[in-house]
Design a protein around this ligand. Structure first.
Ligand SMILES: [Zn+2]
Length: 319
């Protein structure tokens, strides 16, 4: 048996055509109305349950992606029961053992695949924050601990998010129930990330009346003075003297882990790309390569003796 369909529009008391602003307004109104601090012990559990429903409805309807998914399901629901989930939890689905904050219906709708370690539904709520974190290539390879500050929305501490102080509006937030706060976030960035990698920091988003959203960090790699980025591979230029290229030698090459010596084979031409395997980006064991592009260099000036030797060399080769 599939879980019972929930009409989230009805829960929030808005029409199916409601705008984002109307949904937000309805949510705030209900969040205030059911705030536990406003009710006696006896009535608390009723309002807590009601608030759970409101939070759930808002988590779905405040996100474009979730709302459209839900709306699609809603259409088919009109013609019959909602489609059965691919993996029915404990067969009945009426009292799932998992996350108490959300209904079975919600979990069915937003569940990730069963192979995921985390059974919680994945959805993006308005309380989530998206941010971009710039890191250097060295930090991307090694991993790094980063601290940064973030503007977040939290509950007004004067009225605990209710927007009211006794019978009047809270003078601090003007009845909105929210306050902007700067928060310091410190997090470990694991090694092996690349541009566009996303990290979810649970509970580091905005604070709502009942729960905190998450912070989603998208990694952006900073340009590097020595390395050009090509997917997981890196490229760098190294200059060698003509005689070193002609006779073969060893050249100092920068890598993200410091300089290494690279063997330059005898008779190397300008533009030759030599590969240092596993010195690119990525996780240990899966790292890309570093390509070293050889450029033949000429000293700015020669001594009289060196010039004479070069002349001799020219005559030797060209006759
Ligand atoms: Zn307030």
């Amino acid at each position: 048996m599939a879980p019972k369909f929930k009409d989230y529009y009805e829960v929030l008391g808005v029409s199916r055509a409601a705008t984002e602003a109307e949904i937000k307004l309805a949510y705030r109104r209900l969040a205030r109305q059911h705030h536990p601090d406003l009710h006696s012990e006896k009535e608390k559990s009723f309002h807590t349950d009601r608030m759970k429903e409101v939070n759930e409805a808002y988590a779905v309807l405040s996100s474009k992606e979730n709302r459209s998914k839900y709306d699609q399901l809603g259409e088919s629901w009109k013609d019959g029961p909602p489609p059965s989930p691919r993996h029915e939890r404990d067969g009945g689905g009426s009292s799932g053992p998992t996350d108490e904050a959300f209904s079975d219906f919600f979990r069915t709708l937003f569940r990730q695949s069963e192979t995921q370690a985390e059974p919680n539904p994945v959805f993006q709520s308005e309380l989530d924050i998206e941010a971009v974190l710039d890191i250097s290539l060295e930090e991307a390879v090694r991993g790094v601990k980063k601290s940064f500050s973030l503007m977040t929305t939290g509950l007004c501490q004067n009225c605990h998010g209710t927007g009211r102080k006794g019978k009047t509006f809270c003078p601090v937030c003007g009845g909105v129930g929210e306050a902007r706060r700067q928060r310091e976030v410190t997090t470990k960035i694991p090694p092996g990330l690349t541009s566009g990698s996303r990290i979810r920091l649970k509970g580091q988003g905005n604070e709502g009346p009942q729960f905190r959203g998450d912070l989603y960090l998208t990694i952006r790699l900073l340009p590097h003075p020595k390395f050009k980025l090509d997917g997981m591979n890196l490229e760098t230029n190294v200059r060698v003297m003509p005689w070193a290229a002609a006779l073969g030698s060893s050249a100092a090459v920068p890598t993200l882990e410091g300089p290494v010596h690279l063997r330059v084979p005898k008779g190397t031409h300008t533009g030759t790309r030599l590969r240092l395997a596993g010195k690119g980006l990525g996780k240990t064991g899966e790292r890309g390569d570093l390509f070293v592009r050889i450029e033949i260099d000429i000293p700015d000036s020669f001594s009289t003796k060196a010039e004479a030797l070069l002349k001799q060399l020219e005559e030797e080769i060209h006759g």
